[in-house]
Write a protein that binds this ligand. Structure first.
Ligand SMILES: [Zn+2]
Length: 358
């Protein structure tokens, strides 16, 4: 078992490791604090470690913690890479940027969503005319009940299976996880206005990235797919120039979430799709690295329990302990072999990206 691959027990430990590793590697650090605190009163922030020139023409941006709790694995990848490359030699004109804990509240509180119950990766839609999700409307009360007794769990579980058998399993995945804008207490909620993480990202992109003409974005996720396996998910349509480029660069693990062959449903309001537009006409190659953990029914059950806990229960009370343990197991398994597999894959994708932009 390697200590380097161990996932941090909490946000504070993960953040301290990241800041130390980035400092040792000679990165310039910027901090974007949040007003909310973590469960032990710790301060929350998005931290940005910048290696290379301040005004690059090529940038590789690596983001962890878009989905809070998924940041335990992403943060480990970022810190371990910096520790393994304490004096990185970058090609001239290229900046390598690690953005740590895009959703620090979810990271610290072991949640997928943020301080507003918003899924940060559904928040970048046109919120004045948000996408409709009629499947979610039908399932809203079943997905996010106001009590979490064993009777309610059994009844709602049966109702979800019944809906899936009538409408199809792809349809239920799209309805549940595609993003919804009408149920603020529900799951996969996209919000009504740009959340703090969104606003910080927008300012960061405008301040620091708009001078680049070639950009790679790697967004680190967990919780979808088979145990330890990865998919590199793009929102670009199969056959399009950016999709074919991603495939040529990173191989057959690349899949489009609009193409029907991805572990992910087609999503509304993804942040990388928005940033790609903001950076036009730069050449942007953006993929979410999605590592599988446990099966998707277990993952959804953990998310629904956590949704109940924060909306109807007490996240600091006795109910929290088993619910948070289940959530962590679903998104940040404490298994060194899994973590080593994740890291080796990340290291390979980043090395290839550095070679391609070099
Ligand atoms: Zn995710």
């Amino acid at each position: 078992m390697s200590d380097a691959g161990r996932l941090a027990p909490d946000y504070l430990t993960a953040r301290a490791r990241f800041l130390a590793a980035a400092g040792s590697a000679g990165a310039t650090l910027d901090h974007h604090p949040f007003p909310d605190l973590g469960p032990t009163g710790e301060e929350l922030a998005i931290d940005v470690a910048w290696l290379g020139p301040a005004d690059p023409d090529r940038v590789i941006l690596v983001v962890s913690g878009t989905h809070g709790v998924e940041g335990y694995a992403g943060s480990m990848c970022q810190s371990r890479w910096l520790e393994s490359n304490p004096a990185p030699l970058l090609p001239e004109g290229l900046a390598l940027v690690f953005l740590h804990a895009f959703n620090p509240y979810g990271f610290a509180w072991v949640r997928r969503v943020n301080e507003d119950n918003v899924d940060v990766n559904r928040n970048f839609a046109d919120l004045h005319a948000p996408p409709r999700n009629e499947g979610y409307d039908e399932l809203a009360a079943v997905l996010a009940p106001s009590d979490w007794s064993s009777e309610t769990q059994a009844a709602t579980g049966t109702a979800l299976v019944d809906w899936a058998e009538i409408n199809g399993w792809d349809a239920i995945q799209a309805a549940v996880s595609g993003g919804q804008y009408g149920h603020p207490d529900g799951v996969f909620y996209g919000g009504t206005e740009p959340v703090r993480s969104h606003r910080i990202m927008r300012a960061f992109v405008e301040d620091r990235l708009t001078g680049a003409d070639r950009v790679v974005m790697l967004d680190l996720h967990t919780g979808l797919g088979a145990w330890g396996e990865v998919e590199l998910i793009t929102n670009e349509a199969p056959g399009s120039e950016p999709f074919e480029r991603a495939k040529a660069w990173w191989g057959d693990r690349v899949a489009s979430n609009g193409g029907g062959d991805s572990v992910s449903a087609e999503l509304n309001g993804e942040w990388m799709a928005a940033v790609t537009k903001w950076l036009e006409p730069a050449e942007v190659s953006a993929v979410a690295l999605e590592w599988g953990t446990v099966d998707s029914i277990t993952v959804l059950q953990a998310l629904r329990a956590d949704n109940w806990l924060h909306n109807h229960g007490d996240p600091t009370g006795a109910d929290a302990t088993p619910i948070k343990a289940d959530l962590r197991a679903a998104f940040a398994p404490d298994d060194p072999a899994w973590a080593d597999t994740v890291y080796d894959c990340f290291d390979g994708v980043l090395a290839r990206s550095l070679e391609l932009l070099g």
